[in-house]
Design a protein around this ligand. Sequence first.
Ligand code: NI
Length: 190
Amino acid sequence: MALLQIARMGDPVLRMKAQPVDDPTSPDVGSLVASMRETMLAAPGVGLAAPQVHVSWRIVVFQVPPARATDPTAAPGAPDGPVPFTVLVNPEIEPLDMAQADDWEGCLSVPGLTGVVPRFLRIRYRGFDLDGSRIERLAEGFHARVVQHECDHLDGVLYPMRMGDLTTLGFVEETQRALQARASAARAGS
Ligand code: NI
């Protein structure tokens, strides 16, 4: 296991359509996922796709910590609650309806930047675990957003390519400063 180097926007591997994995139980897949997990946690990030570590295979890993969940107090397994570390091999996503929501996203391959991205609010996703068993879950809110963001990487799509309004793209520090200034101005005006 080792920390892997993360590809940054501009690297052609991030624009490729990744290949399906023949055997999710193969040792190569297992060791790649172990290193992806370490790399994601060290970054730190909540998700990582294999192309981000220069491997063009259809594999993503993610988790939804309670602090990031749309409903931090949701019962285990709730679509919008916390989600433990998850591997998805050959994932597929199906929106449950056309409702979308805007929220801020960042990406380890686009370091330092953030922007507002529309995503489907409610999805069903399917994939395979490392033991070859099927995973099928409903996801909402932040959970659904993370899965859509990570699976986009498997088709060569980075979040700025999904943004509806590029004027929200900015550096994290500057964006946070501006949002805080706006919030305190709103408080002063009330
Ligand atoms: Ni990303």
